[in-house]
Design a protein around this ligand. Structure first.
Ligand SMILES: Nc1ncnc2c1ncn2[C@@H]1O[C@H](COP(=O)(O)OP(=O)(O)OP(=O)(O)O)[C@@H](O)[C@H]1O
Ligand SMILES: [Mg+2]
Length: 153
């Protein structure tokens, strides 16, 4: 198991971490973001998109479930499964999760049955108003460069 822990002391640090990570992800990567409401999952995705040149403010796709960013390379798919809860509705998310882009999934537990096997999980825990703990782990070698680059600080 590849494992890493990082502390972020601000929203900006979280975005910088996301920027670093997104550059290390291979095509078809699926990053699962877990943590409570307000942990910083969407903030993280915003940092990744900013790094790829996306200028606008990134909002949670909670009401859309999926937002596709075809204007950046790699294409980014931002899924927020919160509204799906456990309903098991088939809305074709697999097409994006199995494609060549990079997918970020908030509330992955609600779409567990359709998640591909090769994922990386980022568990965010609130420590204080501005501090967050990031626990990053994966069973898949495809993500090794993330752990090597961040671990070798
Ligand atoms: N170190 C930090 N990292 C990330 N966000 C932080 C940090 N410190 C404070 N914040 C604030 O915490 C909030 C995180 O909100 P965000 O929408 O990213 O959470 P979320 O995990 O996506 O929640 P939800 O499950 O509701 O979608 C933002 O208001 C952000 O400014
Ligand atoms: Mg969110």
């Amino acid at each position: 198991m590849l494992k890493l822990q990082v502390i972020s002391k601000s929203k900006e640090e979280t975005q910088a971490l996301a920027a670093k990570i997104v550059r290390l992800l291979k095509p078809g990567s699926v990053v699962l973001l877990t943590g409570d409401l307000g942990a910083g999952k969407t903030t993280f995705v915003g940092g990744a998109l900013k790094e790829l040149g996306y200028q606008d403010h990134v909002v949670s796709p909670t009401f859309n479930i999926l937002k596709c960013y075809f204007e950046v390379k790699p294409n980014v798919f931002h899924i927020d499964a919160y509204r799906l809860e456990d309903q098991n509705i088939d809305i074709g998310l697999e097409e994006f999760l199995e494609g060549d882009g990079v997918s970020f999934v908030e509330w992955p537990k609600f779409i567990e049955s359709i998640l591909p096997p090769q994922t990386m999980t980022i568990k965010i825990t609130r420590i204080s108003d501005n501090e967050r703990q990031f626990e990053i782990f994966s069973d898949c070698e495809k993500y090794r460069s993330v752990f090597e680059s961040l671990g070798a600080k």
